[in-house]
Design a protein around this ligand. Structure first.
Ligand code: F6R
Length: 600
């Protein structure tokens, strides 16, 4: 989703901003722009499409040592030049970049600036025009900015330049992420530490509705009443090289390949010195005291939650519900007396999930966030956090975060089970080690997955994924992966459900990818395959050692039955990757999608 960077120092801001924006490309965007300030004033350069286009445009831009930059994922108004950021006020004195959605921008426009002619269709332009309006009424820039912040409803991360003040970037946020990076003789702003990790690893978190004056040698944080706030900085533990593609042609491929290493890291991080699984006792206590767990998540993280529910119920013995966050917030079910909310989010920034967290916190319910990003909004605002330790996930299509989420949920459930005195029927550490090796086998079999993509998906318009029990959960994720990067219309179904309607869509040659890794339902899913084959489907059966039958398309190594999602999904990730590659599509940055969905 939209990304913000800013720099104030002594070096050429343009190059630092462009490199920062390139690092934010993974979040998804459809236009980009920068504003730099030199002795001549502020120069705005924008371009539709990729940062490469913006780079070409900026050849003419000035060499100022202060600037702000933005990647835009369209919410208000189509992705064209006028709607791209930065936006300027009518006199061009003020220049702004904004992430988020202002809910009351039309009311504010009517109330304060009805006669100002707007150049774009964006809510953002209203913000910068309001700053100019209050400045024209005699307020200082800081006071005008503060006044505007006090009027805005909605989500925002903002960076503002004043062409009459070379010393300051004015910054504020509400619900949208924004950090200030601390340098030696310079400071930066970024919606994500990854964007500026090349220039600094020291960051200050910003809280909602604070006014921040970022200058070359200082960062002043104030509340809306003007009171100064002290804030310690922290070191962002990101290895800059983690954010590079290395030898891989795409981040997605790199991240699929990283999964065995991520499994090993998780096993290590969640083990004590005696080799036992460990989880913060406070978390265990909250799970122990909960009469029901509500897992809240979106997209791939929701699919991981579906698998986690099985662990929490079957191993830990805690009734668990899994909800799509964007629905839960508007249609909250009847809650149990002592619920615990688990938020699963790779980015830790998903606005839909955060909206639920805000509500459940108001109600006084305990919360745990499972995320890949330490210090992210969901992590900061929940009572507890469990980290995924997956390293930055750059490709828009989530892969290693999904398997990491499932692994962490399995560990949580087993530790709770042990603390509850429930007899463990598996040695999870041993089984996760087997899973790691199995993932390695599949990654090594990438050429076979490429062949499957060729045989089944090269020209098709649609595809179905079917499975039962654990395989059903994975079929949902397999279908999501395929549709988001290959644009093939793909749906996941419970094997037994097809005949209740969807089977009408099966035609000659329709690919049906069936997962058959669950012993208890092996015969039934194979029966479902026969049903679709009888209607002309082209079946691709992915089974597991010990359950395979002649003619199966691919057989994954044997792992413990509840842990099969960690392994079978890797074959589906690779098949989707190659299907998109064969169609010559932008695998890492699929159309219309954003990595970090910070608007509701
Ligand atoms: C799909 C994908 C999305 C995310 C969803 C939630 O590959 O990545 O479906 O899973 O947008 O994002 P997080 O996990 O960051 O809350």
């Amino acid at each position: 989703m939209c990304g913000i960077v800013g720099y104030i120092g002594t070096q050429n801001a343009k190059e630092i901003l462009l490199r920062g924006l390139e690092k934010l490309e993974y979040r998804g965007y459809d236009s980009a722009g920068i504003a730099t300030r030199d002795e001549q004033g502020v120069t705005v350069t924008k371009a539709q499409g990729r940062i490469a286009e913006l780079r070409k445009e900026t050849e003419k831009a000035g060499d100022g040592s202060t600037g702000i930059g933005h990647t835009r994922w369209a919410t208000h108004g189509v992705p064209n030049y006028d709607n791209s950021h930065p936006h300027q006020s009518s006199s061009k004195r003020f220049t702004i970049v904004h992430n988020g959605v202002i809910e009351n921008y039309e009311e504010l426009q009517q109330a304060y600036i009805p006669n100002v002619e707007l150049k774009s269709d964006t809510d953002t332009e209203v913000i910068v025009q309001l700053v100019e309006h209050f400045s024209n009424e005699g307020l200082s820039t800081e006071d005008a900015f503060t006044k505007v912040i006090s009027l805005l409803h909605g989500s925002y991360a903002l960076g503002l330049l004043d062409s009459e003040d070379s010393e300051t970037i004015y910054v504020a946020k509400n619900k949208s992420p924004l950090l200030v990076g601390i340098g030696n003789g310079f400071n930066v702003i970024a919606s994500d530490a990854l964007a500026m990790i090349q220039v600094t690893s020291e960051y200050k978190e910003l809280k909602d509705q604070e006014i921040v004056l970022v200058q070359r040698d200082s960062v002043v944080i104030k509340d809306l009443e003007g009171n100064h706030i002290d804030r310690e900085s922290y070191t962002a533990e990101i290895d800059a090289s983690d954010a590079e593609k290395g030898v891989y042609s795409h981040y997605m491929l790199k991240e699929i390949h990283e999964q065995p290493a991520v499994m090993r890291r998780i096993i290590q991080e969640y083990q004590d010195e005696e080799g036992n699984l460990k989880i913060d006792p406070e978390i265990i206590k909250d799970v122990h005291e909960a009469d029901r767990i509500y897992i809240i998540a979106a997209g791939t993280s929701y699919h991981a939650g579906l698998v986690g529910k099985e662990f929490l119920e079957k191993w830990a013995g805690v009734p668990t519900e899994v909800h799509v966050s964007s629905e839960f917030v508007y249609n909250t079910p009847l809650l149990s007396e002592k619920p615990l909310f688990i938020y699963i989010s790779q980015s830790g920034e998903t606005a839909d999930s955060r909206a639920v967290l805000v509500e459940t916190t108001k109600l006084g319910h305990k919360s745990l966030t499972i995320t890949n990003v330490a210090g992210s909004t969901l992590s900061r605002e929940a009572d507890h956090t469990l980290l995924l330790h997956a390293g930055p996930e750059i490709a828009v299509a989530s892969t290693k975060a999904y398997t990491a989420q499932i692994a962490v949920l399995s560990i949580l459930s087993q530790v709770v089970a042990k603390e509850h005195g429930r007899e463990a029927d598996i040695d999870l550490l041993r089984e996760l080690a087997k899973v790691t090796t199995a993932i390695e086998t599949i990654v090594d079999d990438a050429p076979k997955m490429e062949q499957i993509a060729t045989d089944f998906l090269k020209t098709t318009r649609n595809a179905f994924f079917i499975g039962r029990t654990m395989d059903y959960n994975v079929s949902l994720e397999g279908a999501l992966k395929l549709k988001e990067i290959s644009y093939i219309q793909a749906e996941g179904f419970a094997g037994g459900e097809l005949k209740h309607g969807t089977i009408a869509l099966i035609e000659d040659g329709t690919p049906v990818i069936a997962l058959a890794t669950q012993e208890g339902v092996n015969l039934s899913i194979r029966g479902n395959v026969k049903e679709v084959v009888a209607r002309g489907a082209n079946p691709c059966i992915i089974s597991m050692e010990g359950l395979e039958k002649e003619g199966d398309t691919y057989v994954i190594p044997h792992v413990y039955d509840l842990l099969t999602p960690l392994v079978s999904v890797v074959s589906l990730q690779l098949i989707s990757y190659y299907a998109a590659l064969h169609r010559d599509l932008d695998v890492d940055k699929p159309r219309n999608l954003a990595k970090s969905v910070t608007v509701e």
